[in-house]
Design a binder for this molecule. Structure first.
Ligand SMILES: *Cc1c(COP(=O)(O)O)cnc(C)c1O
Length: 416
């Protein structure tokens, strides 16, 4: 297969999904329904008073804005020597509360659901209550009896750690070798038990799962298989329609919404894709972006082997500066769920991440973390697929607002 050869050589590739099918045909076979996503949205809503108070925010809404990035567009047109029809939009999940990344959706959601279920089961909470009561000491004393564990390359651990510790849970975060020091420091400062591994993401998840199984009062947040994580992310996709409607942006057949989503294990982009599909059906086209060193979702989808193949099997090393995307083996659950809904996947080399990082920063004064830039290769790679139509392009910025100043400086100097 030529594609595998190109992946092995770490070339930037675009894979267009030959198994794409119209949404109406796929939907009846899916095990997660629109009602489930709406239920998740309502659960987030119940927690708004808690989140607002717990994190001292103006609002407890876990959502981010969408911006049109005119100046970036001008810069980019100049770089490629070509005009782009239509708008380039940036989805600012880098600004999400609590986690400063897309993990503020899935990770936070799953912990909220655990907290709510425990509260209800033990007769302490009723869904009619004002959930700011969760800040009372009696709830902290109660949640203290339970442990939440997770394996992560950094951001999921950060999100789970911040929300769980605020509720009063014991939290153990199993961090892979890729995890940045500042993320571990921030968690430890918040009373989270951080365990570090010399191996990659898959090992951290495996160890988290094992440790959690030893304790009946421990919940394992399973990044590879969790439907709750997926649902939390899906709310973000569903909410896009209301936001774009408000901006007067109404996709149609000649103006599809083309969305580029950085992909690690697949839950974040997979959930968002599903929410977007529920809102826009075939008018939205989703592409996942991965580093050339870690194209695990592309590999799983293209070979249909999903989690039965890893990037190591084709000789890659899974070493990338895009720490949030350093995943060698994708989620089988997500791969199978989206296999007929995703338009395609592409890869980006690490140097390009910093090229776009700097381009976005210089043109818009917006800093996002390296993983967040993976989708920025999408416009040029998919250009030939959109000759007769005029897409609204949306780059999903997946993280960055918590990155310390010293790290930002380092990243901005990575591309000369
Ligand atoms: C986790 C993460 C992603 C991808 O999400 P997955 O669920 O791992 O696919 C993308 N960008 C950033 C910054 C992340 O932290």
């Amino acid at each position: 297969m030529d594609l595998i050869e190109n992946l092995r050589e770490m070339k930037e590739v675009l894979w267009v999904n030959p198994n794409y099918e119209p949404f109406e045909k796929v939907y009846p076979h899916l095990e997660i329904k629109k009602e489930d996503v709406i239920e998740a949205k309502e659960r987030f809503k119940r927690f708004e008073p808690f989140i607002k108070k717990a994190f001292n925010l103006d609002s407890g809404i876990v959502e981010s804005r969408i911006e049109e990035i005119h100046n970036y567009k001008s810069w980019y047109e100049n770089e490629i020597g070509q005009k782009i029809d239509g708008k380039i939009l940036l989805k600012r999940d880098d600004l999400l509360p609590i986690a400063g990344s897309i993990k503020g959706r899935g990770g936070v959601y799953e912990v909220l659901k655990i907290a709510e279920n425990l509260g209800i089961q033990h007769g302490m909470l009723n869904i009619e209550d004002d959930y700011s009561i969760l800040l009372e000491q009696r709830f902290k004393d109660f949640y203290k009896k339970f442990t939440i564990q997770v394996g992560s390359t950094g951001n999921l651990g950060l999100s789970i750690g911040m929300i769980s510790s605020r509720l009063g849970f014991n939290v153990v975060v199993h961090m892979s070798i890729d995890a940045k020091q500042w993320k571990k420091d921030m968690l430890r400062a918040n009373g989270v038990n951080v365990i570090e591994y010399k191996e990659d993401y898959s090992k951290a998840v495996e160890m988290g799962r094992k440790e959690s199984e030893k304790n009946i009062n421990s919940f394992f947040i399973d990044d590879e298989n969790s439907k709750d994580l997926f649902l939390g992310y899906a709310v973000g996709g569903l909410n896009v329609k209301e936001q774009l409607d408000g901006m007067g942006i109404i996709p149609d057949r000649t103006h599809p919404l083309v969305v580029f989503l950085p992909c690690g294990v697949g839950g974040g982009p997979g959930g968002v894709l599903y929410g977007l599909k529920l809102a826009y059906k075939d008018l939205v086209h989703c592409y996942f972006a991965e580093p050339t060193h870690s194209p695990s979702m592309l590999l799983g989808l293209a070979t249909k082997k999903h989690n039965e193949i890893s990037v190591f099997d084709i000789g890659l090393d899974n070493k990338t500066q895009a720490d949030g995307l350093a995943v060698g083996r994708a989620s089988g659950f997500v791969g199978k769920f989206i296999e007929n809904m995703i338009h395609g996947c592409f890869t980006i080399n690490d140097e390009k991440l910093f090229y776009y990082l700097k381009g976005l920063y210089n043109s818009e004064n917006i800093f996002i973390e390296p993983s967040s830039l993976a989708g920025f290769n999408g416009i040029s790679l998919t250009k030939n697929l959109y000759t007769e139509v005029f897409p609204y392009y949306m780059m999903w910025a997946t993280g960055g607002s918590l990155v310390p100043e010293s790290e930002r400086k380092k990243f901005l100097q990575m591309f000369a």
